[in-house]
Design a binder for this molecule. Structure first.
Ligand code: G3I
Length: 366
């Protein structure tokens, strides 16, 4: 049996043309004017991706992608004008021990971005997940814990002052019902909701130019969760807390409907004077028994990618559109969702999928 990705590549070739022939992409897609996403994007509109490393990659049978995969780095530089650290700036990587920071990987990503004229999204400062054991299991007084967070934010944000375009200051602070995570978020549980405003203030003091965002999944539509963000942000901005943006991660699946009110939802935040962004788009699917997506699945996936991009392009102040990885072999999806995958815009060998060409032609026309 031919290996999955060989068959996938053959399917891709049947479906679309190889990258070197992008100029003759399927009709209705790219007009062949440009051959990369970043070149096709309108001036000032950043098309980004997560930079693969850490996290789920550590349990996979390959070395760290960003440091070892040359073809990966070449595509990363050529196609994208914004990069996000997938895991490398999270507490468990950048602050592994109470008195020790590890900036190696984050520094490498920031240097790569500077060399390739890319902006950087910092991810993330206040979250309930991927905190190191010394923090999550430590016993601290509220004063000690508050100082730990303040020192972390001042140290990390300060180190990259002027080099980070947007920070996900607070990540996933509400449950799906719009309740604050007062149990699993150590900061909110131990220090109360007021710590959220302090985190934004400290980040702003450390880097006044960085745009400071709330970031979450499941907030693409108008719902209890996005309503909760809208109310909280209104309250914080009334108190002149430096909140500059709201971003939807947009981890989508073709097993569910597309969030058709995404544009209107983003407009609600834009109406507050906020920037908005799409920060972690991928579109997963249940894979057939042979592991090869059908043409219909690939078409629906391309449609979801395109509609998400169109929504962002149409909302003033949505100038940052990031996909959560661009090649299937490094995607978090199959690790997290058994039987699902093919969530990104390229096959394992970097052959472009219909979704890639749909993004390209949409950017070309914008
Ligand atoms: O820490 C455990 C370790 O103790 C254990 O031995 C090991 C094997 O099971 O797993 C380790 O946890 C890993 C974790 O990253 C820690 O780095 C998980 O397996 C691994 O799946 C996890 O993956 C990352 C995930 O965040 C963690 O939530 C992914 O690489 C990363 O793509 C993903 O990214 C998040 C964004 O930051 C926020 N939005 C959602 C998005 C997808 O979950």
């Amino acid at each position: 049996m031919r290996s999955t990705h060989v068959v996938a590549a053959a399917l891709a070739a049947a479906m679309v043309l190889t990258p070197s022939m992008a100029s003759a992409a399927p009709s209705g897609d790219s007009h062949g004017k440009t051959e990369t996403l970043r070149k096709a994007a309108p001036r000032g509109f950043h098309i980004g991706t997560a930079v693969a490393g850490g996290g789920h990659h550590e349990t996979q049978p390959y070395p760290d992608p960003f440091t070892h995969d040359r073809p990966y780095r070449q595509v990363l530089a050529a196609e994208f004008s914004s990069v996000s650290a997938e895991n490398q700036m999270k507490w468990e990587y950048i602050h592994p021990e109470r008195d020790r920071y590890n900036f190696g990987m984050a520094d490498a990503i920031v240097k790569f971005a500077q060399r390739n004229r890319q902006v950087v999204r910092g991810h993330t400062l206040l979250w309930h997940s991927q905190n190191p054991a010394w923090l999550q299991q430590g016993t601290f007084t509220p004063e000690e814990l508050r100082k730990i967070l303040r020192d972390h934010i001042k140290t990390v944000v300060g180190r990259y002052k002027g080099k980070i375009q947007q920070w996900d200051v607070a990540n996933e602070i509400f449950t799906d019902t719009g309740a604050l995570r007062t149990t699993d978020n150590i900061w909110i549980r131990e220090l109360g909701p007021g710590i959220i405003a302090d985190a934004f203030r400290w980040a702003h003091e450390a880097d006044p130019r960085a745009k400071l965002f709330f970031n979450d999944y499941g907030v693409e539509s108008v719902n209890a969760k996005s309503d909760a963000y809208l109310a909280l942000i209104k309250e914080l901005r009334a108190k002149r807390v430096p909140v500059h943006g709201f971003s939807a991660q947009a981890h989508l699946s073709i097993s569910y409907g597309f969030p058709g009110d995404l544009e209107n939802n983003l407009r609600r935040f834009a109406a507050l004077g906020l920037e908005t962004a799409i920060t972690e788009l991928d579109v997963r699917m249940d894979l057939p028994p042979d592991g090869i997506p059908t043409a219909a699945q690939l078409e629906q996936q391309a449609d979801y990618y395109q509609r998400t991009l169109v929504a962002c392009l149409k909302v003033r102040g949505c100038d940052s559109f990031t996909i959560w990885g661009f090649v299937d072999k490094y995607s978090w999806v199959p690790v997290f969702f058994k039987g699902q995958g093919a969530a990104t815009v390229m096959w394992d060998d970097f052959t472009r999928k219909p979704a890639y060409y749909r993004l390209l032609s949409t950017l070309d026309r914008s």
